[in-house]
Design a binder for this molecule. Structure first.
Ligand code: HEC
Ligand code: HEC
Length: 383
């Protein structure tokens, strides 16, 4: 009798342990997409809670599973050290989800202990693959914002090619990457699943690597910050459950009047043009050639310091102080600033914010943090 009870308890315990140790959630949708063999291979190589998350942002029943499989593969590639020549660096080494996909250094470390020449850039508004409504996608669209601090890449795909091959960052010749990834059984399977279109002889292609990474990047769309929720109600006219504090709202007003013309009124999209914000009288890095640089989106900006193309400012307080009192009147200074430069007695000036205004602006910038984005398991490391 006793024995029976003990064995019942043991049985129940084993049940609980085996349920909780099953890291993957093989729900029905996923099961219909991956065979049990494929599922096992994924379970052995990767550790994810949900094996095939919905990246296509459509309703669960209308999911585009092929898109999801491509984006999932992009995520695996994004976090995989095999993308660098010596298997030491992944995209995530310099783009950390918890930091809005920037990092916390002025210059990031690439292969062989080398450091990048510029500050890593946080990701924003990569949400749509329709370039006409997504200014982030340059290249095919004249309204588009190009990639990098100097806008030298006209599209994400161009950016990807350069980054993977860049001698400092990953140093991996693209032509050799398919062969290298083909050696990894989980890569082979995931690529086949997403790109073979039923061809049993399919092998990994360069274009498919770029496409998968692009699809993952497109699914990254931080748009659920306190400010977003507040802003949405302003445009729909519906009363919002989220209110800004008096100080945050004053910060928003200051932002709209002093910063919005460049950084955009939703602060979520990089601008299609470059600009000079008076960091120095003489620029050692000339950016796009005219001392002008990308105007970054400010979504998650509280997490992505240090700031500017060379990471010169540690904190947002430093940045605000720059705009308030530190702007240099260089010859390429952007026009948006020009009118601010001469005060009533003819002297040079900046925005001259009061201490209270600086605090308000800082508090507003803090409302741009999207906690659900930086904690979204769909974007976490799959390893
Ligand atoms: C060694 C660090 C490092 C690695 C590895 C790295 N990046 Fe970057 N990334 C940077 C830096 C630094 C910049 C800015 C470079 C510049 O503007 O000249 C940047 C810029 C970008 C941009 C441009 C963002 C914008 O708004 O213009 C994107 C997108 C990007 N990286 C994605 C990736 C992806 C995807 C990978 C992996 C394939 C990757 N990065 C690997 C450091 C890195
Ligand atoms: C004339 C256009 C312009 C205006 C107006 C402007 N900025 Fe900027 N901002 C830029 C440019 C260009 C950069 C990048 C400069 C560089 O790195 O060389 C930048 C960079 C920044 C950064 C650093 C972002 C990062 O990821 O490193 C912050 C924060 C910022 N601006 C906030 C503000 C605030 C707050 C205001 C208003 C008080 C403002 N900006 C007004 C053009 C502008």
């Amino acid at each position: 009798m006793k024995k029976q009870i003990i064995s019942k308890i043991l049985f129940a315990l084993i049940g609980i342990i085996s349920i909780s140790s099953c890291a993957l959630d093989n729900d029905e949708t996923t099961a219909s997409f991956f065979s049990s063999q494929e599922f096992e291979l994924i379970s052995n190589s990767l550790s994810m809670e949900n094996i095939l998350p919905n990246y296509s942002s459509s309703e669960e029943e209308n999911r585009d599973m092929l898109f999801d499989a491509k984006a999932l593969l992009g995520r695996v590639l994004f976090y995989d050290d095999h993308l660098s020549i010596d298997n030491s660096i992944s995209c995530a080494s310099c783009h950390d989800q918890k930091l809005g996909f920037a990092d916390d250094k002025a210059f990031s470390e690439g292969i062989n202990g080398q450091v990048t020449e510029r500050n890593s850039i946080a990701f924003s508004a990569l949400g749509s693959d329709n370039s006409s409504d997504n200014p982030y996608f340059g290249g095919d669209d004249s309204f588009g914002a190009s990639m990098f601090w100097d806008h030298r890449a006209s599209s994400v795909t161009e950016q990807l090619k350069e980054t993977i091959e860049n001698d400092i960052e990953m140093g991996m010749p693209l032509a050799e990457l398919p062969g290298k990834l083909n050696e990894l059984d989980y890569m082979q399977m995931l690529f086949k699943k997403a790109y073979s279109d039923g061809d049993p002889y399919y092998t990994i292609q360069e274009d498919d690597i770029l496409d998968a990474l692009l699809k993952f990047m497109q699914s990254l769309n931080p748009s659920n910050s306190k400010f977003d929720k507040f802003n949405e109600s302003r445009f729909t006219g519906q009363s919002s459950t989220v209110q800004l504090t008096v100080s945050e709202e004053q910060g928003l007003f200051l932002y709209e009047n002093n910063c919005g013309s460049c950084h955009g009124f939703d602060a979520g999209h990089p601008a299609p043009r470059t600009a000079n914000n008076g960091l120095d009288m003489i620029y050692t890095d000339s950016g796009d050639g005219n001392d002008k640089f990308k105007i970054p989106a400010l979504r998650n900006v509280a997490l992505s310091g240090p700031y500017m193309h060379d990471g010169r400012f540690e904190t947002l307080e430093d940045v605000i102080e720059h705009y308030s009192s530190g702007i240099n009147k260089t010859s390429n200074l952007s026009h948006d600033f020009s009118h601010l430069f001469i005060n009533q007695v003819g002297n040079q000036r900046g925005f001259d914010f009061t201490e209270q205004e600086k605090t308000a602006l800082l508090q507003f910038l803090n409302t741009l943090t999207d906690e659900s984005f930086i904690n979204d398991p769909r974007f976490e490391s799959p390893f």
